[in-house]
Ligand binder design. Structure first.
Ligand code: PNS
Length: 165
């Protein structure tokens, strides 16, 4: 069975991520979406909330599962016997970082990374930009599924109401 993992912070999952996941689900027997910690980013949603949101918008894919892991991605791959990571590449700006990650993941545990090019319609899209747009009450309905947009609006309102300055 060909199993692959699509890792990410997914805070929140976007149409760009979903496009890669859907395309990967047609190429491989099983796709595991793994919510991991990216130490360079702070998160708006808890890991459990991100899992719930991903499950909600991927339930139509019969061979897609959602999981989480708090350690190294390669240790997850070894533990779950998943030999391949699938990642989307948006533009050349992603390349240096993704290449470095793929090389270190191969060097650490022999885990391969396959890159899929993001659909041009999503090449500018990132969870960070979506959060920024939503924080200024901008319309994010083209970037994330509507139920998630509503959750994002509610979370940002809560954050705003608890902010001191
Ligand atoms: O969606 P992101 O934030 O670009 O995803 C990055 C992620 C979470 C896949 C990456 O930070 C990651 O693999 N984190 C787990 C820890 C790890 O394995 N780090 C890389 C090797 S040092």
């Amino acid at each position: 069975m060909n199993r692959v993992v699509c890792p990410g912070s997914f805070d929140p999952i976007t149409f760009g991520h979903l496009d890669i996941i859907e395309r990967a689900s047609k190429l491989f027997d099983e796709v595991v979406i793994a919510v991991l910690v990216n130490q360079t980013k702070s998160s708006l949603f808890t890991v459990q909330e991100r899992i719930e949101m991903i499950q909600e918008v991927t339930s139509r894919f019969t061979n897609v599962k959602v999981d989480s892991w708090s350690g190294l991605l390669v240790d997850y791959c070894v533990e779950k016997e998943i030999p391949v990571i699938v990642k989307g590449l948006r533009a050349v700006t992603d390349f240096d970082y993704e290449l470095q990650m793929s090389q270190i993941n191969f060097q650490l545990k022999g885990i391969e990374t396959l890159f899929m090019s993001t659909a041009p319609a999503h090449s500018f899209l990132s969870s960070s930009l979506v959060k920024e747009i939503a924080s200024y009450d901008g319309d994010v309905s083209s970037y994330i599924p509507e139920p998630l947009a509503e959750r994002l609006r509610q979370r940002l309102a809560l954050v705003k109401s608890t902010r001191i300055n």
